[in-house]
Design a protein around this ligand. Structure first.
Ligand code: ATP
Length: 242
């Protein structure tokens, strides 16, 4: 078993390489021999019923959870965005974005720029309590981006937002990922979100990758597009929704 942050092999674009990763809790297998490669700029979406190990896999990729077996190679700079924004209430928005970074003028400027990129220019001195749920999640995104991650891990980051805000955030993330080019792994329960954003959709089931699909059109996609109906049906079947 190993987690390494060394440059991966000879493939310069490869950001994540997982081979045979297994994980169990109390004798209950959660991940079983997972293989996964993710390249720079690639947007991978993990779908799957509750309890199939999606968050556990993200935690392994973040280096927060050691697998029991297998090989995991990940980049040094990865950042995690959770379903809830996890802002520090006693720090202003700009300080939240810059949290943990050296307190320099360059950091301040980078944090202000990241806020601008997520549509929150002018809110640097706001307190987290004055933000809407969507705004708070934008701050969380800015906090992730300002670190210029090579790997961006998103764990149901839009699940708590209403349908309109969720689509706005999906559009924003698609733009930001194109501009910054990290490898992305997003966990979601939302089939439309997967169809809209993914370069590759993986369905996890009982700890393994049960189904994999690479849409042939460019992202972002309109999930209402008639050509995507068969994919949606297939994903519903894979998720045992009908
Ligand atoms: N630290 C832990 N200790 C013990 N069991 C755990 C731990 N973390 C996760 N599990 C168990 O591992 C299984 C997979 O959990 P995980 O959160 O990875 O699933 P998930 O697919 O992300 O679920 P959901 O869609 O509900 O968020 C669950 O049965 C969970 O209870």
């Amino acid at each position: 078993m190993s987690i390494d942050t060394a440059p991966i092999g000879t493939d310069e674009d490869l950001r994540v390489r997982v081979r045979g990763a297994s994980l169990s809790f109390g004798g209950h297998p959660v991940l079983e021999r997972i293989d996964l490669d993710v390249r720079s700029g690639e947007f991978v979406v993990l779908l799957g019923p509750s309890g199939t190990g999606k968050t556990s896999l993200l935690r392994v990729l973040a280096g927060l959870q050691r697998p029991d077996g297998g090989e995991v190679l990940v980049p040094e700079r990865s950042t995690f965005v959770y379903q809830e924004p996890r802002l520090i209430p006693s720090k202003r928005v700009l300080a939240n974005v810059a949290i943990g970074l050296p307190r320099t003028e360059a950091t301040r400027a980078a944090a202000a720029h990241a806020l601008e990129e997520v549509g929150l220019a002018g809110r640097e001195r706001s307190w987290p309590a004055t933000l809407s749920g969507g705004e708070a999640q934008r701050v969380a995104l800015a906090r992730a981006l300002v670190r210029e991650p090579q790997l961006l891990l998103l764990d149901e980051p839009f699940a708590a937002l209403d349908a309109i805000k969720r689509i706005e955030m999906q559009t924003l993330v698609a733009e930001l990922v194109d501009r910054h080019g990290p490898a992305v792994v997003l966990v979601t329960h939302d089939i439309d979100e997967a169809i809209r954003l993914a370069d590759r959709i993986l369905v996890l089931n009982a700890g393994g990758i049960a189904y994999q699909h690479v849409p042939d059109s460019a992202r972002p996609r309109d999930p209402a597009d008639a050509s995507l109906v068969p994919l949606r049906q297939r994903l519903l079947e894979e998720l045992h929704i009908r």
